[in-house]
Design a protein around this ligand. Sequence first.
Ligand SMILES: NC(=O)c1ccc[n+]([C@@H]2O[C@H](COP(=O)([O-])OP(=O)(O)OC[C@H]3O[C@@H](n4cnc5c(N)ncnc54)[C@H](OP(=O)(O)O)[C@@H]3O)[C@@H](O)[C@H]2O)c1
Length: 295
Amino acid sequence: MKTILITGGTGLLGKGMEETLPPGWRVWSLHQRPYRVKGSRAKQMVLDIRDRRAVDRLFAKTRFDAVIHAAGIASVDYVETHYAESLESNIVGTLNVTSACRRSGTYLVYISTNAVFDGKKPPYREDGPLAPVNKYGRLKVECERLVSETLTGFSIARPILMYGWNHPVCRPNTATWTYDQLRRGKRMNVVDDVFENPLYNRQAGRALWALARRKPRGIFHLAGKDTVSRYEFARAVARAFGLDASLITPVRSSFFKGIAPRPSNTSFVTARMRKVLGVAPMSLAEGLRDMTASL
Ligand SMILES: NC(=O)c1ccc[n+]([C@@H]2O[C@H](COP(=O)([O-])OP(=O)(O)OC[C@H]3O[C@@H](n4cnc5c(N)ncnc54)[C@H](OP(=O)(O)O)[C@@H]3O)[C@@H](O)[C@H]2O)c1
């Protein structure tokens, strides 16, 4: 059996990996708050990646065949308003995990984001110009550098807006948030000027397993087939779950005051994901159908 460590394994991405676990692998998963996720097949640990000694002890005790480093503060708006705390989780935490991988010679997949781009010249290939428009994106660019300049065995996976069923302990995503609001008959304002090709978390899982197995070098864009605005996405969720789409009102980004700036269109080219990892992008309808089937 091979052993993989997923930092932030209880998050949406980690859950997608656990649900697509291939034979021959076992999962060790860490998160920071004191809870346990029921029904998980992973060995769960509570460990704060900001704690260098705790990270070093873990790597001294166990030899991992690969590490997926997804832990950190992933909310764009939270990073914008809690920058010092985010520096510790996202930069110090990444430094600790990267150093442990370097010393033990462990292959690392660093989880970055589409927020490394300014959204002005879509669709983006992996070598597109880095120009983040918010603090979250800037921290991710720094972490990409840290990983690529200090490790030899690594890849960087950039997921774009992810959706799927999350563990209730973790934050909701565009699909689950829309589903919850509409189910309760609540009206929603959703922006129609921010575009992505949303990524189903189980498709992300399959792509990340391919990275862990094949251990290629470089950057990989992970995204779905359809580029849609957030408003179109919310309407697709309403359709898939048979909910009332007339409760959703399209608004411009300027409608929401005081939130972090968002790049307008960061949709990805997914040719590398298809060719090197053998993973086909799923359509939004396919991903949402899978969600409704596992309700
Ligand atoms: N979701 C998206 O749409 C999206 C898009 C692009 C990129 N990404 C990137 O993908 C990665 C995973 O995102 P996600 O949506 O799965 O995240 P998530 O659902 O917000 O979960 C975050 C995970 O990280 C853990 N964590 C946070 N700080 C930690 C710390 N200091 N020590 C240990 N664990 C810590 C959390 O543990 P607790 O629950 O204990 O706090 C949780 O398990 C992130 O790096 C994110 O930036 C996400």
